[in-house]
Design a protein around this ligand. Structure first.
Ligand code: SF4
Length: 71
């Protein structure tokens, strides 16, 4: 399974920095990976609810997985 650079976790695995309310424990702190700050939210990514955002995220993971088979 590929590892996301800067976060040191496999794709599809919940980040250890997420708290029970799905908020980042290290937001605004220097140890937060640069890749997290570079990701800009967008309406098509976030949608109207968490289900939409998770579906979008799973689609991104599938689309960028180097071991996924196309077709
Ligand atoms: S912003 Fe980055 S470090 Fe914070 S919870 Fe999300 S993936 Fe983890």
């Amino acid at each position: 399974m590929p590892v996301i650079n800067g976060i040191s976790k496999p794709a599809g695995v919940r980040c250890v920095q997420l708290d029970d309310a799905n908020l980042c424990r290290i937001f605004g702190q220097p140890e937060r990976p640069a890749v997290c700050g570079q990701l800009q939210p967008a309406a098509d990514m976030c949608g109207a609810n968490q289900a939409h955002a998770l579906h979008y995220l799973h689609q991104l993971e599938r689309a960028t997985c180097p071991t996924a088979k196309s077709g």
